[in-house]
Design a protein around this ligand. Structure first.
Ligand code: ASP
Length: 440
């Protein structure tokens, strides 16, 4: 067992490094079968555990959050501010992506031979993504609203994909509880308070397994990704090096520039404290490539370590995990323009603005699971008239970039939660500062 005094994020980083090292050994020593059969399952179990508590956590904590609001008008204020901030941060992300890809022009360096090779190699995988995208594309404009309202709550809670439906029902339930007099809801409140505590305790227990979980996830990912040959990895990265650099630069700008700036503008929290608090969630986002699986940890970190009140976190974070994906939208913008450049297509300003719009909407519509961004990219490409089969060009490195963009997705949600908490006077550190200055 690890020493108790080592901070959690170091334990997770240690697990990640060991996982990558093990993966490399496994590739060199041809232990791929061993890794797939004996290591990978532990990674899957870890992700399953996280997903297992997502629905009960969102449900119980939203009800607790809503019922602790003093009046319902606050709910609509928090709601509208949250959605506005989510939109602004996504548009900033897409614009950053466009700026970088137009400056670096990675697609112009992509050779015709590689284009043909990649198109053939990933043809079948591309087709699967295209048919998934076609299903989304066939829906009417208001379908997203219809999808939010479930016809059966038991059914809705059977899949983590229906998180918005669970959020909707929990909000309805909480609002009805506020409207009713206290004595009628007394026991139900007590019940959900208890459920909440129990689930947070479960998150703590699961997090004790995190170092082992990320070890297994990264070790098996290395083996899957390389197809048993280290040269494969090196070759793929050299072909798509400039494209990957463009995406990674954009993601770094979000994490190191834009979020700190947003926090500085709207809150008194230092970015270092924010970073320390949210880091374990970022590491998990990286290892699982899923903001949905990371959600329980993001919520726990925001509440216990960043001091965001439950009223705010219980609403802002589950919503963010489903609709706010800054990293995904940035990557979609870079990828779309990269593919256009590789095909020799010049995108004019209107087309680039269309990318801003569709990438924003596509990231809202993307599920918070690995690879979802790639499906929605097909739609972004379609909107500016680029052959959707172009996604074949970027398939090879998508898994790795998915890990990185998920970190940004989760950080963006946590940033907005902190800002909303601050503007609502619900950020613990600021409240403590205020109290101590009042006492002086
Ligand atoms: N994996 C991302 C997430 O869960 C979505 C994506 O970009 O594919 O946040």
């Amino acid at each position: 067992m690890f020493n108790k005094h080592i901070p959690l994020h170091w334990k997770i980083i240690f697990g990640m490094i060991l996982g990558v090292a093990f993966g490399l050994f496994a590739i060199v020593l041809s232990w791929d079968e061993f890794t797939t059969h004996w290591i990978k399952p532990f990674g899957t179990i870890f992700i399953n555990l996280l997903k297992l508590i997502a629905v009960p956590l969102v449900f119980a904590s939203l009800i607790k959050g809503v019922t602790s609001l003093s009046d319902i008008s606050r709910l609509s204020r928090i709601g509208s501010r949250t959605i506005a901030l989510y939109l602004v941060s996504t548009i900033l992300a897409v614009s950053t992506g466009l700026l970088i890809v137009n400056t670096l022009q990675p697609g112009t360096y992509f050779s015709e031979a590689k284009r043909i090779e990649f198109k053939e190699k990933y043809a079948s995988k591309t087709e699967a993504k295209m048919s998934a995208a076609a299903q989304v594309n066939n829906q009417g404009p208001l379908q997203f609203l219809v999808d939010i309202v479930p016809q059966n709550i038991i059914h809705a809670s059977t899949s983590n994909k229906n998180m918005l439906q669970v959020i909707f029902f929990a909000l309805l339930f909480g609002v009805a509880m506020i409207i009713l007099p206290d004595e009628k809801t007394h026991y139900v409140r007590g019940f959900f308070d208890g459920v909440n505590e129990i689930i947070l305790q479960i998150v703590d227990l699961i997090m004790k397994l995190a170092p082992y979980g990320v070890f297994a996830l990264l070790a098996s990912l290395m083996v899957d990704f390389s197809d048993g040959d280290v040269h494969n990895v090196i070759e793929l990265f050299s072909a798509l090096g400039l494209y990957s650099t463009a995406v990674i630069t954009g993601l770094l700008i979000m994490i190191l520039l834009i979020y700190p700036l947003i926090l500085k503008l709207f809150t008194k929290m230092s970015y270092l404290n924010f970073f320390r608090g949210i880091m374990p969630a970022q590491l998990l986002a990286f290892s699982t490539s899923s903001s949905a699986a990371t959600l329980p940890v993001t919520m726990e970190r925001c509440e216990e370590h960043l001091g965001v009140s439950k009223e705010v976190s219980s609403f802002v974070l589950p919503l963010g995990a489903t609709i706010n994906m800054d990293g995904t939208s940035l990557y979609q913008a870079v990828a779309a323009v990269f593919i256009a450049q590789a095909f020799g297509i010049d995108l004019d300003l209107t087309q680039q603005l269309t990318i801003v719009l569709t990438a924003t909407l596509a990231s809202v519509g993307a599920a918070a699971v690995p690879g979802a961004g790639l499906v929605m990219l097909v739609i972004v490409l379609g909107s500016v008239g680029i052959d959707p089969e172009g996604v074949a060009l970027i398939f090879a490195v998508d898994r790795i970039l998915d890990m990185l963009r998920t970190v940004v997705n989760v950080t963006g949600d946590a940033t907005v939660a902190t800002v909303i908490a601050s503007t609502e006077g619900q950020l613990r550190s600021e409240l403590e500062d205020k109290e101590s200055s009042n006492l002086k």
